[in-house]
Design a protein around this ligand. Structure first.
Ligand code: NAD
Length: 501
């Protein structure tokens, strides 16, 4: 399929090209099987078709859930913790050996620059290793037995941690491998079995991962991967009566649909949703640090980042100098194919998404925000939008309120030093995923942080996520936490046991 694709003159490894030339199928019960539909994946930097992949709907989700249930009740349940740990460790090594394939698939499928794709692949390997190690640290506790039993006899009360069961995992397109692994790894460590539905925009790296799951030797049905449309395969998975938990990452709007779907059997639900994160720049900031840091808070991953810091609150004392620096940074960013090592910003994931982002930019211009950088779509193949900055924004403007999911920054000036007033600006949103405070005064920094309603707040940096650090949202940014110990706990049930001795 990809023989003719030139990738803007950049080469990919022969293994990646061979992968693109196969038609991706569905991984169900340890076998690659045909789907009931066919879709194409395009390189967003060129618009050219990369690969074809088969898709499933409700019937294939039924098959996948049955395979996951049978693996859960059979071989997977009977394996020892050491055996499961060894399988996960083998998966991590296979991912490491195939890092170039995984990295290049996310670059050509999603459009992300290579420095980000390389980083996310190595983070994913670390995450599989981390959760493999965590299997041996799953612990219950002992406690004082109930009074009425202890009065009669010696007794023992303890808790057991048990896997939730069959888990549905619905993944977005913005960091495809990463969002898949940060669901898959803790679920496997907990002893769950999985039916994963990747995004129809970026189906490829999950398929490569599926083959590595087979090669690592996981029992058939422990991991099932069904590509397909959200309203079709995704909705069927969310509503399935034999799924015990659904873990979803995506938009807040779809999150609501997931909850509706999950109501039938009241399955457990974890949601990682959208954001509109504040970036607060105080007057005593180190501008040398803040200018590139604040710019990348918005432009990292071309702004297609749930943590993106897109509402910038700049203190009046540094407002003009900050804006000048940010505009120069944005104007100097190199846009291009993700395979080009010099690329700092890639394309929007699809033509439709680029149009949506341009709609926000056009309406911001009409609403009277001052355009100080970018604002245009590049006149070339692919879905490229210039890094864009608006100043003079006010709290009621659409660009200060809605998640754009593109390279668009909105800057609002403030002139108080009162931390409560500053936090009120930051908290004027229905979201609460991320945020950052930029100042040399650590007392101010921690006082502001304690008032910001968000699950993940950074000081003099932005979006500092890590394998072991809990991540998730307040408000309409989600339910629950991923990463670290909290990410594992999300796939465990607690059983309390009392024995009369
Ligand atoms: P999306 O909600 O459109 O799609 C996400 C996934 O849900 C896809 O696999 C899609 O096929 C599926 N889906 C769509 N409709 C569905 C339905 N009715 N039922 C079941 N599944 C359905 O989101 P997206 O455009 O792929 O991703 C962008 C969004 O994801 C942004 O809002 C972003 O903030 C959010 N996101 C959040 C995090 C986080 O950790 N909080 C991380 C990445 C992305």
């Amino acid at each position: 399929m990809s023989e003719a694709i030139a990738f803007d003159g950049h080469e990919i490894a022969p293994e990646t090209r061979a992968f693109l030339n196969q038609r991706g199928k569905l991984l169900i019960g340890g076998q690659w099987i045909d789907g009931s539909g066919l879709m194409e994946s395009r390189d967003p930097a060129t618009g050219l078709v990369l690969a074809e992949f088969e898709t499933g709907g409700a019937a294939e989700i039924d098959l996948a859930v049955a395979a996951a249930r049978s693996a859960f009740q059979g071989p997977w349940r009977r394996m020892t913790a050491s055996e499961r740990m060894a399988l996960m460790t083998r998966l991590a090594r296979l991912m490491e050996q195939n890092a170039q394939l995984l990295t290049e698939l996310d670059i050509v499928d999603n459009g992300m620059p290579s420095f980000i794709a390389g980083l996310t692949t190595s983070n994913c390997v670390e995450m599989v290793d981390y959760y493999a190690g965590a299997i041996m640290r799953i612990e219950g506790s002992t406690m004082v037995p109930p009074r009425h039993i202890a009065a009669e006899t010696e007794a023992l009360t303890y808790t057991l941690k048990e896997p939730v069961g069959v888990v549905g995992q619905i993944v977005p397109w913005n960091v495809p491998l990463s969002t898949a692994i940060l669901k898959l790894a803790p679920a496997l460590a907990a002893g769950c079995t999985v039916v994963m539905k990747p995004s129809e925009e970026t189906p490829l790296s999950a398929l490569a991962l599926g083959q590595m799951v087979i090669d690592a030797g996981f029992p058939a049905g422990v991991v099932n991967i069904v590509n397909g449309l959200g309203a079709d395969a995704g909705a069927a998975l969310a509503a399935h009566d034999d799924v015990d938990k659904i873990s979803f990452t995506g938009s807040t709007r779809t999150g609501r649909a997931i909850i509706q779907g999950a109501m039938g059997n009241l399955k457990k639900v974890s949601l990682e949703l959208g954001g509109k994160s504040p970036v607060i720049v105080m007057p005593d900031v180190d501008l040398n640090l803040a200018i590139p840091g604040v710019a990348m808070a918005t432009f990292f991953l071309q702004g297609q980042n749930c943590m993106a810091g897109t509402r910038i609150f700049a203190h009046a004392d540094i407002h003009d100098a900050l804006l000048e620096g940010l505009a120069a940074f944005a104007d100097g960013m190199k846009l291009g194919h993700g395979l080009d090592p010099a690329t700092q910003q890639g394309p929007m994931v699809s033509a439709a998404h680029a149009e949506k982002v341009m709609g926000f930019i056009d309406r911001a211009k009409q609403a009277g925000a001052n355009l100080i950088a970018g604002g245009e779509r590049l006149d070339r193949a692919g879905n490229f939008i210039q890094p864009t900055i608006f100043s003079g924004c006010t709290r009621d403007m659409e660009i200060m309120r809605d998640e754009i999911f593109g390279p668009v920054m909105a800057v609002q000036k403030f002139d108080t030093l009162d931390v409560d007033a500053i936090a009120e600006l930051a908290n004027d949103t229905s979201y609460g995923l991320s945020g950052s405070v930029w100042t040399e005064n650590m007392s101010t920094a921690h006082r502001v942080v304690s008032r910001v309603r968000a699950g993940h707040v950074s000081i003099n940096c932005h979006g500092a996520v890590g394998t072991n650090i809990p991540f998730g949202g307040y408000g309409q940014s989600g339910w629950g936490r991923e990463f670290g110990a909290a990410g594992l706990e999300a796939y465990l049930e607690t059983k309390a046991v009392t024995a009369r001795l």
